[in-house]
Design a binder for this molecule. Structure first.
Ligand SMILES: [Zn+2]
Length: 239
């Protein structure tokens, strides 16, 4: 008898869709791309694989190839679990992170965004960083998928001084000569946006903006994404 192919991956669960009675189709983001597999019985909390198949769990998964070419979960080992702390804002942020990841990331881009999702989940261990972590994640996700904003100069004329706002239509900062009144933003918001698009993994640990500031910027960015991609992000309404 031929040996069954085993695939070992480490990743974060982006979606777990109930299937039949207690099974689920599980989608995972990893360094090596996006994976999906059938988790038998994983909806039951007595399953040894229950915890690792929860939304945003980070785990090691051992997958066995099926006759139909798909994969089924054989074993798993939890690395870390998201802690909702029974808090609705945190749960809404978790849905937001998984929704934007599922809807916007393609196979080719998955490996690039994985370290950012890992970092974001680490940041979320500290309470109070929910909205700012989500904002930093979204900015990096947008850069990876080619929708990053130009935050170094005016996107219209290239001037680096007197930046006063954002033109979402043109995809970046605009100076006082090029901005229309509706594009204007506060210097503080412009500074936050610039930081979020440019920061490295380590820098992201140092900051926390006011939840209100982060949420209003998140909303701006999401309506920009929705306009350009036609994707509708529903979880933001919960925030
Ligand atoms: Zn300009």
């Amino acid at each position: 008898m031929a040996e069954k192919t085993i695939k070992n991956i480490e990743g974060i669960v982006l979606r777990s869709t109930p299937y039949k009675e207690s099974d689920a189709m599980v989608n995972v983001l990893s360094h090596d791309g996006l994976f999906s597999f059938l988790g038998r019985g994983v909806q039951k909390n007595i399953s040894k694989n229950f915890a690792s198949c929860q939304l945003l769990s980070k785990a090691k998964f051992s997958l066995v190839e099926q006759k139909n070419g798909g994969y089924a979960l054989s074993e798993s080992e939890v690395i870390s679990l998201p802690d909702g702390k029974g808090d609705l804002t945190r749960l809404a942020i978790f849905s937001f992170l998984s929704e934007v990841s599922v809807k916007l990331i393609s196979e080719e881009e998955a490996g690039q965004i994985y370290p950012w999702l890992c970092q974001t989940m680490d940041l979320l261990k500290e309470p109070g960083k929910e909205a700012s972590s989500a904002l930093i994640y979204l900015c990096h996700l947008l850069s990876v998928i080619g929708y990053g904003l130009e935050v170094n100069e005016c996107v219209t004329c290239g001037k680096k001084t007197n930046i006063v706002g954002v033109s979402f239509r043109d995809g970046g900062f605009v100076c006082s000569d090029c901005a229309s009144p509706s594009m204007k933003m506060t210097p503080r918001n412009l500074k936050i946006l610039r930081f979020c698009f440019k920061c490295g993994l380590e820098d992201a640990l140092r900051v926390s903006f006011e939840p209100k500031e982060s949420l209003s910027l998140l909303k701006n960015l999401i309506s920009y994404v929705e306009d350009f991609t036609g994707v509708k992000v529903r979880s933001l309404e919960l925030l």
